[in-house]
Design a protein around this ligand. Structure first.
Ligand code: FAD
Length: 480
């Protein structure tokens, strides 16, 4: 029996593939709809058109990754991408016939279902999982048991401890909900990373958090205004209707995600209000039915200006794994956003994360039972931290405030030190959602302080340039 924790696109694709390969699978999840997967928008990158190739896809990934991509991971995922699109199509999933272009891609290669790829694909996979008789239980992983470097069991909130586990697959998603402004759902608080880290799993790239420039919240409902809107002509303006993005980058609204996030952030910090103007997009309702519905629900249309802000969107770091999903703990896999294969380097190419989640999930049965390789840790240095087993706890809202203020879009040594000091006072050994949130935030702030340069998504106002000596990864381990 194999347990999978998380029913996003990574967990569901692993469950389906393992079941079809004859394994008994149970999926445990704390949120029945799945985390980020359900609300993901743009689509899945894969080089399937005649003028494209996995090599071009790899080159684009490397360029955006800003010197820190793992070459093996880039080669693997970009060449598996067309296979996975073929596999989904064979299963009956119908992508729209056109391919979309997103920032950083040199070709149209984003496979999508209107502007609701994540919802439609998650529902499709859920239906398949149910047809295959896969048991999906609502529960919450709270701890892992590891002995001699091998996973032996796990504990959930409702069912206590389960021993004699051969394989456990973590598909618990990322932790971008832990910033006050975010595109992520409340399920994504870094549980899997914190729980595995406490028992010896190595984490990496935790300083790299991708912020998305264009998120909106209307009457309490949050929606990511997808990149393709700007590709189709949407403008970013302030309260005077001024397209201020050109002051910061020659490509204006089409500047890279991290640059536009910083631009909008600074405009807001300077006391302005920022909006997306959708009025110049032709055929809006047909192209963007999801956004149209959302606007209608809030009594707006594409003729109105929509207030926007930047927010945490995707956490590049996570549990260090090889492309098979093997952590350094035997029997413990991590797949999807909870994992860090090195595919994204210091910045993620748009639509590469659903791809990574799908490939890792669907390919898992290939590797089960093979000798355990675990991840290579030879392209950086290992930093170890001791966890505090006493002291107060900190609530999630406070964590979100601290991260936004000190570990956000513009970082500084002083701010990061402040965050580290605050987190070092807190007990990070308790098996709770709050303690997990503090632990992953602490790791993020800790390595963000160490990395005295700006690279990819990590921007330090006190070190605004890239430093060749920092072209290496920071691995994190726990001192037990
Ligand atoms: P998730 O889908 O986040 O699922 C995690 C699951 O783990 C959830 O079911 C959660 O309930 C469960 N879980 C967490 N902790 C526990 C616990 N302790 N116990 C039990 N269960 C637990 N990427 C792209 O490539 N293309 C896009 O167009 C795109 N658009 C996006 C739009 C938005 C608004 C967002 C937020 C993200 C987007 N992304 C996109 C990123 C992408 O959606 C995610 O990286 C991907 O969906 C992650 O999938 P996952 O299965 O790893 O995790």
């Amino acid at each position: 029996l194999i347990y999978i924790v998380g029913n996003g696109i990574a967990g569901l694709s692993a469950a389906i593939a393992l079941r079809r390969a004859g394994y008994d699978v149970t999926v445990i999840t704390k949120g029945s709809r799945g985390g980020s997967s359900f609300i993901s928008k743009g689509g899945i990158a894969a080089a399937t058109s005649i003028d494209d190739s996995p090599q071009l896809h790899a080159e684009d990934t490397l360029k955006v990754g800003d010197g820190l991509c793992d070459m093996e991971a880039v080669r693997y995922f970009t060449s598996e991408a067309p296979v996975i699109i073929g596999e989904l199509t064979k299963m009956g999933f119908k992508f729209d016939s056109d391919l979309r272009l997103e920032g950083g891609h040199s070709r149209r290669r984003v496979h999508h279902k209107a502007d609701e790829t994540g919802r439609v694909l998650t529902e499709f996979l859920l239906r398949r999982a149910v047809e295959l008789g896969i048991n999906i239980a609502e529960d919450e992983l709270v701890a892992l048991q590891v002995k001699d470097g091998i996973v032996r069991g796990f504990t959930t909130r409702n069912h206590g401890t389960m021993g004699n586990v051969d394989y456990l697959v973590l598909a618990t998603g990322g932790y971008a909900y832990l910033w006050q402004y975010t595109s992520n759902p409340p399920t994504n608080t870094g549980d899997g990373i914190a729980i595995a880290f406490r028992v010896g799993a190595v984490a990496s790239d935790m300083e790299f958090v991708q912020f998305h420039p264009t998120i909106t919240t209307l009457d309490g409902e949050t929606m990511l205004l997808t990149e393709t809107l700007r590709g189709e002509g949407a403008r970013v303006v302030n309260e005077f209707g001024e397209r201020f993005a050109f002051k910061y980058h020659e490509r204006g609204e089409l500047a890279p995600r991290d640059v536009l996030s910083r631009t909008i952030y600074m405009e807001l910090m300077n006391g302005h209000r920022v909006y997306m103007d959708l009025s110049s997009i032709e055929d809006f309702e047909r192209k963007f039915p999801g956004v149209s519905d959302f606007l209608r629900r809030h009594r707006l249309s594409s003729k109105d200006r929509v207030p926007i802000y930047p927010g945490a969107h995707f956490t590049i770091g996570g549990l260090r794994v090889n492309v098979r999903g093997e952590t350094n703990i035997r029997g413990l896999y991590a797949i999807g956003e909870v994992a860090d294969t090195g595919l994204h380097g210091a910045n993620r190419l748009a639509s590469n994360s659903l791809l990574e989640a799908l490939v890792m999930g669907f390919n898992l049965p290939r590797y089960l039972g093979e000798p355990w390789d675990g991840p290579r840790l030879d392209d950086g240095s290992l930093v170890t931290v001791k966890l505090r087993d006493h002291g107060p706890i900190m609530g999630i809202d406070e964590v979100r405030r601290v991260n936004w203020e000190y570990v956000g879009i513009l970082r500084s040594g002083d701010g990061l030190r402040k965050a580290v000091e605050l987190y070092e006072r807190v007990n990070t050994t308790i098996n709770s959602r709050e303690s997990n949130a503090v632990l992953v935030s602490y790791l993020t702030a800790y390595v963000a302080l160490l990395r005295t340069e700006s690279r990819g998504t990590h921007y330090r106002v006190d070190y605004p340039d890239k430093d060749i000596n920092w072209r290496r990864r920071i691995y994190l381990g726990v001192i037990s």
